[in-house]
Structures are given as C-alpha cells and as structure tokens.
Design a protein around this ligand. Sequence first.
Ligand code: UN1
Length: 499
Amino acid sequence: MAVTGAKEFKNYIGGEWVGASSGETFESRVPATGEVLGSFPRSGAEDVDRAVAAAKHAFEEWRLVPAPERGQIMLRFARLLEDEKQELTELMSREMGKVLAEAGGDVQEAIDMSVYMAGEGRRMFGHTTPSELRDKFQMSVRMPVGVVGAITPWNFPIAIPAWKLAPALVCGNTVVFKPAEDTPLLAERFIELLSESGLPDGVVNLVHGYGEEAGARLVRHPDVPIITFTGSRETGVLVTKNAADNLKHVHLELGGKNGIVVMDDADLDLAVEGIVWSAFGTSGQRCTAASRVIAHEAIHDELQKRLVARAEKMRIGPGWDPETDLGPVINREALDKIHSYTEIGSDEGAKLLTGGEIASDGDLGKGFFYRPTIFSEVEPQMRIAQEEIFGPTTALIRVKDFGEAVRVTNGIRYGLSTAIFTRDVNKAFRAMRDLASGITYINAGTTGAEVHLPFGGTKDTGNGHREAGQAALDVFTEWKSIYVDYSGRLQRAQIDNVE
Ligand code: UN1
C-alpha cells in the first residue's frame, strides 16, 4: 500500500478543511514500524468552539430534513464504505495495527451499522395510545437533541465512529467528532466519505487533537447537549463530572474484564478456539476481549495445555502481512502497561505459562509487539484478574463447580461480556440469567457483537445506556409526548373523566 508520507491533514469544520488555529500539529505513526503516516491539527478550545458553532447552525435545517432522506444519505455512506473497504482495511492494518481479516471486519461493522440506521430513517417508531378523554388523540415521537459530541477510541477506528455517528445523524442531530489521536487518518477518511455521501455543510465536523485539550472542551461546551464516549473507566468518570455542570446526556462505553467459563462438559476444541480468538484477537485490545478464563477443575489442566500450545504457535508481525496472527499493540505506553501487568501477575504469585515479554527480534523491534501471555494459578482477587490490561494477556482461574464459576465471573467491577462453554442446556440457561453483563455468549467467546442488538455493559462498564440496535435511538433522541384535543372544549385530564 502506498504510504501517505508526512502529509499534513486538517480539521473539517462547517464544510471546510482547516488547520488548528494555533498552527500546532501532532503525528500519527504506524505501531508496527514507527513510520509517520501524517500530521494532524492539535486542536484547542477555539477550534472546538468553531466546530460547535457550525454544528449548532446546521442543526436548525438538518432537524427538518425528513428522516427517510437522512437515512438515504447513510445508505450512500454505506455504499462508499463498501467501495473503499479494501483501502480502509489496508490503512487500518497500518495505522491501528490489527490484522487484515479483523480490519476488514471493522469496516464491515461500519457498513452494517450504516445500513441498519439508514433503515431507522423509515422506522424510528414512537407510540400512539388511547386517551382517557373523548375526542382526544395522543402519541409519543422521537426528537433530535442537538449537537452531539462524539469521542471515540483507536481500537475500532471505523466501526465505533459509525456506531455513534450513523444513529446520531439519522435521528436528526449534528455532530462534532473528536477521534482518538492514535488513529486520526482513518477518522479523516471516514469523514471524507461521510461528506461525499451528501451531508450538508456543518452537519458533521471533525476536530483532531488530544483528549485533555479538544476532548475536554467538547465535554464542557454549553452548546453540546450530548456526549457519547467510548474509552477507559477513568476517562468516563472525568467526562461525567465535567458534563454535569451543563446536565448533559452522557453515554459511556467503558472497560471490561470479560470472563469465559469452561465447564467440565464443554467441547474443549471449540472452547480453545473461542478463547484464543477472544483473548488474542486484536492483540487483546477490545473492550470485549477475554482476559479471564474460568475453568472447571476437571478440564483445567487439559485446557491449559491446549491453550499454551496454540498461543505459542501464533505468528507475530505487522497487521498487513497475511501470515500474521497477532499484530502490534497501539503504542509504547500500551506496551509498557501490558508488560507491567506481567510483572504484577508474577509478583502476586500467579504462574506465567507462556509469553510475558516484548517481542523485539529483527524488525519487530521497531514496533510495539507483545507475546501472547497466559497466566495460571490465578486467584480471583489478584490484580491481573480484576484490572483491564487491554493486551494479549489472559488469566486462568480454577473453579470447582458452576456456582463458583458464576461467582468468580461476576466478581469484578465491570460487566460488558461473558461467555460459557457447556453442552448442558440447564447450565446454559442459568448462565444467561446469572452472568452479570450486558452481553452473554453461549458456546462462543466474548467478542463478536452484531450491530442490531444493544451493545454495552452493566456495572462500571457504563452508565446504563446501550449503543447499536434500537437502543442507540434512546441515546440520540428525546421523547416528546403530544396531546391533540379535537373536542372543541377544554377537557381536563384526571378530572373530567372521573365520576
Ligand atoms: C470494542 O472493543 O470497543 O463485539 C468494541 C466485538 C466488536 C466490538 C468491540 N464487535 O468484539
């Protein structure tokens, strides 16, 4: 793939490509090699303010565009993404680092979400309901809220912006988008295609920069009534606090410490496939990644043996190489954090079975590569079993029975995704009921959510909202109840129909 070189990219505000008012920039680098992909505006409050003003202005007209027409634009966007899928996939394998198959899946998820939300343009159902009074009609309808501030992470650089922007726009909101500073080039391509699909100027605005600068201003801006944020728990708390002064709607998708239960009656081959895919896919950098395996004692040792054998066969390399199983992690800071958890786990008394080191042979030394890492003899309260590592590290915890498996799986602060491998239908149904998470998989790993079901988690994974599916509409609209009295006289609810 052609390298873009150190080209300078811009923000997109009110339909124009403009630099940061400070003139400052930051660089995007390839995590596999360190090569520079381009430089981007390091935006500050002034740039955010201009973008919000453009979005606020555009809202007045956009909210009046019929929703099916807004949906049509989303459908065109989906088609443009389809046309550019190969290019975006290759670019993602460079800028974010994930392997080609997964990068293609990321783009596909954005296509699927855009198609789904295009259809919402013709649904977006409200309710009609009888009145307690004669000659009176009533209904509830969904109304757009205004300017949405969307702050997205680097791990799904095309899919997550689509999860947020597609429903926000179809619902009639306008958007100021602050993408992760690790994947700005993909965000820029995303916005180029979105604007090409026919959105009027100002409906979508892109402001590059750092969370503490551009992101913080967006969160505090009084003309931005909704913030949708995907990222760490710590930042989610900060976003909530800073948005509180303006009583904003805050939609959060935060961390996970997802567990896969493997019962004594499980299909072990299938369980191994599911664990390897969920623990090491995307180098463990999914909030749905399986960073704990809760194994029944009867199959624990056999499972451990097979997992280690599989992990040791994984080929580490750049994402764009079709031979690669495990790509780099996003940056130096992430690599250091992941490695620090190997030290923490060993100090806590867990047993390092494989991996646990930075991979730096040959060209790998230029990038940020970590070997797939498995710990055993992990106790449920250890930090490696409680804290989100966001890397290719998983912890095996031994349990005696189903009850203990459920207690251990649930014994964490997060509640995003859980999974169980079992052939016992009774245990499967109990797991569906008892595993405390927004998503539960039966006989599959913890990753791989589809776009038309609610996505999100319980406990510290969020604040009760869900994205994707119909649930996304609840984030991006407000209900309005409308009463129409055609009796020609003043009828008083709760009074005139009471004898
Ligand atoms: C995330 O890691 O933030 O279910 C999203 C999955 C993907 C989405 C993950 N469809 O793993």
